[in-house]
Design a protein around this ligand. Structure first.
Ligand SMILES: [Zn+2]
Length: 111
């Protein structure tokens, strides 16, 4: 709710990323608050620019939630929201995203 009313780019009320502060590198979460603000204001491309991983993760979570809800309506058994076997691939994706967004050729992934 706070993110909707206070733009992270202009209001310094949000905590700064300590990883970025200490290393100068972007972590997988850098730009996430700005991306959330952009999404809440319908600025999809700005959100993608700020943190593409966050935008795709939200989409994936929405699809997963919809799938689980659909199965529940049909009376089918659901597994957990986050199956354990999906954690390693997600970590690899986050790691690759982190490496890429800190390379000069992939600067478009940086907030
Ligand atoms: Zn960060």
């Amino acid at each position: 709710m706070l993110v909707f009313f206070f733009n992270p780019a202009t209001h310094k009320i949000y905590p700064a990323c300590q990883f970025h502060h200490l290393t100068g590198l972007n972590c997988p979460g850098c730009g996430m608050t700005r991306a959330a603000y952009a999404l809440l204001h319908g600025e999809f491309l700005a959100a993608l620019h700020d943190n593409a991983l966050f935008v795709f993760a939200l989409g994936a979570l929405a699809i997963r939630g919809g799938w689980l809800g659909w199965n529940k309506l049909r009376g089918r058994a659901n597994g957990g929201f986050f199956p354990a076997k999906s954690l390693w691939p997600l970590l690899v994706v986050a790691l690759v995203f982190t490496v890429l967004r800190n390379l000069p050729d992939f600067a478009f992934l940086s907030p």
